[in-house]
Design a protein around this ligand. Sequence first.
Ligand code: UDP
Length: 254
Amino acid sequence: MSRRRQIYEGKAKVLFEGPEPGTIVQYFKDDASAFNDRKKGTIVGKGVLNNRISEFLMTKLGEIGIATHFVRRLNMREQLVRAVEIIPIAIVVRNVAAGSFSQRLGIAEGTVLPRSIVEYHYKNKELGDPLVSEEHITAFGWASTQDLDDMMQMALRINDFLSGLFLGVQIKLVDFKLEFGRLWSNDEMRVVLADELSPDNCRLWDLRTNEKMDKDRFRQDLGGVAEAYQEVARRLGILPESGPADIPDPRLVR
Ligand code: UDP
């Protein structure tokens, strides 16, 4: 990990300078945090699974014409991405009420929403990523009206596509968070999907039992977190039969 210059270390990932200008290496850690960093832990094998799941989903989105920062997976824990200027607005798309939405509006978790709802959150940890409106975003210049239009259109397409993809493997896409960045080539700028797409930033429920298969298992101490992430990968058909290589196999104790 030390052979490259580190650019940034976040909760779940470390970013390194990539091999060519304009590229970045994303290293996926096993560390997890929740409730604005008030809860911290390690989920053994999570980084490997999220690297693979995010690669799979970003590649599929690329195939339907959604521009993303993803270039290619390099190894078990690293992927090469294009360096983008991250827009400080997280886009949350919701299909079913859960988490902070249920708390804020008093709508029971599991209530199917009348239509998909898109929220903007200002990315600022000290403030706890507050919910903001288009007015706030454009008034303070965090993103332009054009950026927002692009993000909204892409978010809704991503929601339709991923909802169908997960439905096909008996998983309900409850909600998820997206981050976008500005990618410059010569004098042209376009907004592309960045960050990662994994059970760390999606709520995924088993279609039949509503069992949680995402980071809520960690947030709510439900146990079996790594197993749930692994099951998501298995259903998507991207888990080798032997499991991720750097997760030690269980040992028989006599
Ligand atoms: N989310 C995320 N990072 C955050 C906050 C939320 O990836 O810092 C994801 C979360 O996993 C869920 C969706 O965004 O899929 C909506 O989360 P919510 O606003 O309900 O907040 P939470 O209840 O997770 O605090």
